[in-house]
Design a protein around this ligand. Structure first.
Ligand SMILES: Nc1nc2c(c(=O)[nH]1)N[C@H]1C(S)=C(S)[C@@H](COP(=O)(O)O)O[C@H]1N2
Ligand SMILES: [Mo]
Length: 199
């Protein structure tokens, strides 16, 4: 008999865990990207929030790191049906980034280095629901998982958590992003199994 492999039968905490409909548990961290991993230099990196009135708020890498951070531990649910529980991150809450942003916009279009986009209601980025993260599991966020920084919005399917995030455009109308244009659900609530348009 060898060492019992952790994860084979599931850790004790997996027992009785309630997952969103149609999801299964995974313990590894799959990488899903629609294209190559962009190389993003920290000295030119910036994160911007553009409002519907044309105001631009901008943070350099240094400025992002100097903001008060949080260390959320959250469950991830991918539309391809894996869920990973209890992941730990470090990042800046969107509530902090939105503090000085004046807006009455209802929608947000998140865009990434490399061209990826995804949309969600602005409300879903606020009230402790979303972060610009730069550490995963105590280490700097790996490029494959979105480093140097990615949006984390764990209450929606993971395609909304844009990797290599570059900015957010606040809009009066809803502009569908990359997967939303390709037939994925516009909102993507895993607990309501909103995988595709019409779900
Ligand atoms: N910029 C960018 N962000 C992205 C994607 C992508 O292709 N490009 N894929 C999305 C999808 S479909 C998923 S499931 C998750 C996967 O995150 P992971 O590779 O860290 O598991 O990232 C999301 N964010
Ligand atoms: Mo995905």
């Amino acid at each position: 008999m060898g060492i019992i492999s952790r994860g084979f039968r599931g850790r004790p905490r997996d027992e009785g865990v309630k997952l969103p409909p149609g999801q299964y548990l995974t313990h590894d961290f799959p990488v899903l990207s629609a294209g190559p991993t962009p190389r993003v230099r920290l000295d030119t990196w910036e994160f911007t929030i553009d409002t519907e009135t044309g105001q631009t708020h901008r943070w350099t890498w240094r400025q992002l790191l100097d903001l008060p951070s949080e260390t959320p531990t959250v469950d991830l649910h991918c539309v391809t049906k894996w869920s990973k529980l209890g992941t730990s991150w470090k990042g800046v809450s969107l509530d902090v980034l939105m503090e000085d942003v004046e807006t009455t916009a209802e929608y947000a279009l998140v865009y990434s280095y490399g061209g990826y986009t995804t949309n969600l209601p602005l409300q879903d980025l606020l009230d402790g629901q979303a972060w610009i993260t730069y550490e995963y599991d105590g280490e700097e966020l790996a490029p494959a998982h979105g480093g140097p920084a990615r949006l984390l919005v764990p209450h929606l399917y993971l395609w909304k958590s844009a990797k290599w995030v570059r900015g957010i455009r606040l809009l009066n109308e809803d502009w569908p992003g990359f997967w939303e244009t390709a037939g994925y659900h516009n909102y993507g609530d895993p607990w309501r199994e909103q995988r595709y348009q019409g779900d």
